[in-house]
Design a protein around this ligand. Structure first.
Ligand code: SF4
Ligand code: FES
Length: 254
């Protein structure tokens, strides 16, 4: 297969970027999207040109590193699929494909397709520790967890922190990510002691990082490779409202 690629090239955060067109040949339909970019980069390096920078780690849809917008869609056109698990058989031979970085003020571009998503790390850190000792495996029935809560918590915990929800949202909101993290702990008894503080701090940090608010477009859910439901955002809003009324909201150390 052969493809025409229109790729965003930008040397660093301070210089302007632009789309550059490349032709990549001898692509197998079994290759992943990232392997196709590897073929391009090998050719660029062989010709003495700078390779296209892109983030990746696991290439198994686990780490959330492969942040890129393919043909206008974060992670590309396949439903519930991270860019690293997108295969070239989903494109037609001869297709033109545009590849851009995630665009959001809170995710500044580092180089080419690589963006700085450390804002997500700071939101997680703001959530703080869980004080419950979970050292050794407890007796299974010693802490009862409702099946519905266990399922919802596990679903929320499958968020890989990729940031596609932010890139897809017209407000560049991180609500789906933050809601998933608040729900994953808040729904289990182990996460209850700090649940109010966690909701207040994580939402506050999300605002400080410059993410927008949620206005129910649901674009985030549509592109999420882990199919995180926007029902989590409703849960986050309820948690935040309850915590605002009952926790020490005016105490900055809370
Ligand atoms: S909610 Fe989905 S799109 Fe957003 S960071 Fe988590 S896995 Fe990625
Ligand atoms: S490289 Fe890890 S999720 Fe894509």
């Amino acid at each position: 297969m052969i493809f025409k690629l229109h790729i965003w090239r930008q040397k660093n955060a301070n210089l302007p970027g632009k789309m550059v067109t490349y032709t990549v040949k001898e692509v197998s339909d079994d290759m992943s999207f990232l392997e196709m970019l590897d073929v391009l980069n090998e050719e660029l390096v062989t010709n003495g040109e700078e390779s296209v920078e892109f983030d990746n780690d696991c290439r198994e849809g686990i780490c959330g590193m492969c942040s890129m917008v393919i043909n206008g869609i974060p992670h590309g056109p396949e439903h519930a699929t991270a860019a690293c698990q997108l295969h070239m058989r989903h494109f037609k031979d001869g297709d033109s494909i545009s590849i851009e970085p995630f665009r959001a003020k809170a995710f500044p571009i580092i180089k080419d397709l690589v963006v700085d998503r450390s804002a997500f790390d700071r939101i997680i850190a703001a959530g703080g520790y869980i004080s419950i000792n979970v050292g050794s495996a407890p007796e299974a029935n010693s802490i009862l967890v409702a099946k519905d809560h266990a399922d919802k918590s596990m679903d929320a915990a499958s968020c890989i922190g990729c940031g596609a929800c932010v890139a897809a949202c017209p407000n560049a909101s991180a609500s789906l990510f933050v809601a998933a993290k608040i729900a994953q702990f808040g729904l289990l008894p182990h996460g209850h002691p700090e649940r109010k503080r966690r909701a207040l701090r994580m939402v506050s940090q999300m605002d400080k990082e410059g993410f927008g608010d949620c206005s129910n477009h649901a674009e985030c859910e549509a592109v999420c490779p882990k199919q995180i439901s926007i029902a989590n955002i409703a849960y986050m809003r309820r948690e935040y409202a309850k915590a605002s009324f009952t926790a020490g909201w005016l105490d900055p150390n809370y």
